[in-house]
Write a protein that binds this ligand. Structure first.
Ligand code: XMP
Length: 327
């Protein structure tokens, strides 16, 4: 089949009406492409795969099989939200795979950032392939490919694959209903499909997840400190009107300890680093300067509520010279 391309004169989808028209058109196209066959989708809970899932549920109902792999590096509440939205509210055919121990056991003792990324990527494909092999009659693989992915892969900037890289015996025809959309259009479509705003307008989150925010060898206790401090930061940003305004914000818990004092007793615990940046292209980023009162409140909450943290630091470094993530 010829590759579908974005028409040069396509109107940018900015309104609910344009989104509805796009949804109707894609439903018809997907029904025609898939017929009564089954479609498999790796549903991470990110914007693109979530919008594809919601669209396909509308188009083909339980002919869609969604697989959500919890690799243990997701943010607090994410797997629960995927189950709530897709299984409970949208009646999706959702397979939830708890692969937390599998990933964390493999990652134990691994300190090199690229090796960590490699292990997470490879294991993800393995787990997904295992689930795919358990299913009968799957003929299609749905992917949340979007138009910038196609353009970047054509320009040789990055290889475009989402759940790609599957083994030879699992080659399916692709269903890519948002492939001609830009990210802002995917969000408008997601809104119209009834997805929660927190899912549609969320900040970017890397594939290797919290794994790259737990520098060095990942341990379960330090990973938990990253997850809990990140949840507090997100909660406070939302309360203070910064959600959707600051481009990306998160916490990092590095692998060293410093002396502190808690309830009159010496402590020896990790610091928690807060990073909050703004950008348009991620090539260059500036630092968001937080209100000092909010900063004080974050220090207070994180040091008292998160186990193992006795110090909070703020990263004032733009990109370049620093990257956004620590690994
Ligand atoms: P850096 O750290 O390279 O980050 O300045 C730029 C943007 O890319 C995200 N990022 C990743 N996303 N897999 C991803 O899917 C990765 O391995 C990865 N590394 C960085 C990062 O969160 C930021 O938005």
């Amino acid at each position: 089949m010829a590759e579908i391309r974005r028409p040069d004169d396509m109107v940018r989808i900015t309104t609910p009406e344009l989104a509805d028209a796009f949804i109707e058109e894609q439903i018809a196209l997907v029904k025609e492409q898939v017929g009564d066959k089954k479609v498999l989708l790796a549903l991470s809970g990110g914007v693109d795969s979530s919008v594809v899932a919601a669209l396909l549920i509308k188009a083909i109902g339980d002919q869609l099989v969604c697989v959500h792999v919890n690799h243990g590096l997701l943010r607090k509440g994410e797997p629960e939200q995927v189950i709530q939205v897709f299984r409970n509210e949208m009646n999706a055919n959702l397979i939830y795979v708890d692969a937390v121990d599998r990933f964390l056991d493999l990652l134990a003792g691994v300190t090199d950032p690229e090796q960590k990324r490699h292990i997470i990527g490879e294991e993800f494909i393995k787990v997904f392939a295992e689930e795919a092999r358990k299913l009968d009659g799957i003929e299609f693989l749905a992917q949340g490919t979007i138009w910038p992915d196609i353009l970047e892969s054509e320009a040789g900037i990055k290889a475009h694959h989402n759940a790609g890289g599957l083994p030879e015996d699992l080659q399916f025809d692709l269903v890519e209903p948002v492939r001609i959309l830009f990210k802002d259009e995917v969000r408008v479509v997601g809104d119209q499909l009834g997805l929660p705003a927190g899912m549609v307008y969320r900040q970017p989150f890397p594939g290797p997840g919290l794994g790259v925010r737990c520098p060095g060898a990942i341990t379960r206790d330090r990973l938990e400190a990253v997850r809990e401090s990140d949840a507090i930061l997100r909660e406070e940003f939302a309360k203070n009107g910064l959600e959707g305004k600051v481009w990306q914000y998160f916490t990092v818990v590095p692998d060293f300890k410093s002396t502190g004092v808690t309830n009159g007793k010496r402590s020896f615990e990790w610091p928690c680093i807060i990073r909050a940046i703004n950008t348009t292209d991620v090539v260059e980023c500036s630092v968001e300067h937080l209100d000092p009162a909010l900063m004080d409140h974050l220090v207070q909450r994180i040091t008292t509520e998160v186990d193992g943290i006795n110090r909070v630091l703020y990263d004032f470094t733009p990109k370049p010279p620093a990257t956004v993530e620590y690994e």
